[in-house]
Ligand binder design. Sequence first.
Ligand SMILES: [Zn+2]
Length: 286
Amino acid sequence: MVKLGAHVSSSKSLDLVFDRALEIGADTIQFFVRSPRAWAWKERSDIEKQAFTEKRKKTGINPLIVHASYLFNLASEEQTLRQKSINGVIEELRLCEELGIEYYVIHAGKAKSLNEEKAINNILRAMEIIFKNVSLKNTIFLVETLAGQKGEIGKTTREIQALIQPFESENIGVCLDTCHIYSAGYKINEKKGFKDYQDEVDTLIGIDKIKVIHCNDSKTPFNSRKDRHEHIGKGSIGLKGFELFLNDEYFSKLPFILETPKQGNMDIINMEKLRSLIKAPVAQSG
Ligand SMILES: [Zn+2]
């Protein structure tokens, strides 16, 4: 069975993510462990951590995915911002390890005015420090494929390769975002484009490095380099693209997480739409 879920709020108390998952019928969920637009870090009490672990066991929702704060920029030339970002990642990762969260997804960084090579170098130095400070056993660190907006690093498979290859001995992998890769110029809503993308990923980084799918349609046209998520089937990717992912032998085993706009019961409707695209397995004969 394909695991479908969504990004849910973790406000008030971390354990509430499970209540929110049940409300929408999610098999798997993603959430923040820090208010994504504020730097402040809140140490969690033992009671909160315990409630989290108990509810997790009771609901059986898995895998769990934490998305890093949007404020981090490991590519930044600004020393203070880069150091704050490194510290922030370390804080979040340590909590993920402690709570046994399976995946931690991060936008590696934005080059802004920097040239890309320098930006990639800054990210690599930052990752070295992060891996030196947190030894990952439970959590896999996932670099997300990005649309390329404002010089985002990770818009091509080559850039992703540059970021993860030096750390092959670590718990590292990739989170694929359907909206981002389509906006970055991969035509994954056509059979050929989908296959070409898969082949490229397999050649450059290994398809098994992809661990999570962010499942979003796109508000903007193909190759727009914009990151604007749309409800499933309502954007420029269209249902065909999702059908290809959901029925693919490898991808169908991964968790699919919606990050579409939060409007009424749209998470439920988007998940229903995704589920309807899954073809029944062909019965084996003879
Ligand atoms: Zn993301």
